[in-house]
Design a binder for this molecule. Structure first.
Ligand code: 5GP
Ligand code: ZN
Length: 114
């Protein structure tokens, strides 16, 4: 996807602070953190949003949660707790059209969200 911001970050065409990478996913620090820890996890494959998930491409989402758990343990916030957020579409607050998961931690996160 030529005009996709997160595809460009995955490709290294736009710089980012890498937190984790494997053959399927890439994780990096959010440029505008909403918590002491705010990491964005994306599949390397371009999927526009959660609306595009099907049984044929959704396997990577389970992997993303496993990666989040791994990061939480490695960075030492697993026990205190954390949150994953996926914004989908305009009302969901999605601003970048490549599916992504916000991994938030490091403070007591309020509920309900915005
Ligand atoms: P959304 O609002 O679509 O759920 O989340 C998009 C997220 O991407 C926002 O939290 C925003 O701060 C982050 N973001 C937007 N542009 C960039 C960028 O160029 N680099 C990084 N690291 N994060 C970005
Ligand atoms: Zn993309």
């Amino acid at each position: 996807m030529e005009d996709c911001l997160f595809c460009k970050i995955v490709a290294g065409d736009i710089p980012s602070t890498k937190v984790y990478e494997d053959d399927k996913v890439y994780a990096f620090n959010d440029i505008e953190p909403q918590a002491p820890i705010h990491i964005i996890i994306v599949p390397k494959m371009h999927i526009s949003s959660s609306n595009e998930l099907t049984d044929d491409n959704a396997e990577v989402i389970g992997h993303i949660f496993a990666v989040a758990a791994k990061i939480a343990k490695e960075k030492g916030f697993a026990e205190k707790g954390w949150r994953i957020v996926n914004n989908c579409g305009e009302d969901g607050g999605q601003t970048v059209g490549h599916i992504h998961f916000h991994l938030l931690a490091g403070r007591n996160l309020g509920w309900p969200p915005g």
